[in-house]
Design a protein around this ligand. Sequence first.
Ligand code: SF4
Ligand code: SF4
Length: 93
Amino acid sequence: MTTRKEVKRDGGVADSRGRAGKKPSFDISIFRSWCKDCGICAEFCKKNVFDQDVLGSPLITRPDDCNGCQECVLHCPDFAIQVARRPAKPEKG
Ligand code: SF4
Ligand code: SF4
């Protein structure tokens, strides 16, 4: 028997009874040679994924809190950041 799954608005997956599944994970990449340390990504991130060093350079300190909203990507003026959903591990069985 197959189980019907639905993608929830927060990106999580629920089964046919609405039970919450595993929260998706995201890989965040910053291309350091393009980044000008403006701090816009950190300012726009509502999940507080970034800290900044003393020079303003973004540090990805809480990647597990990322919800994949893409706000940092959309507002980076130098196209220096990328956020991609990490592929789910195949289920056993
Ligand atoms: S995708 Fe959204 S939650 Fe994730 S780091 Fe960027 S702004 Fe933050
Ligand atoms: S918004 Fe872009 S250029 Fe500015 S600090 Fe973030 S990654 Fe670097």
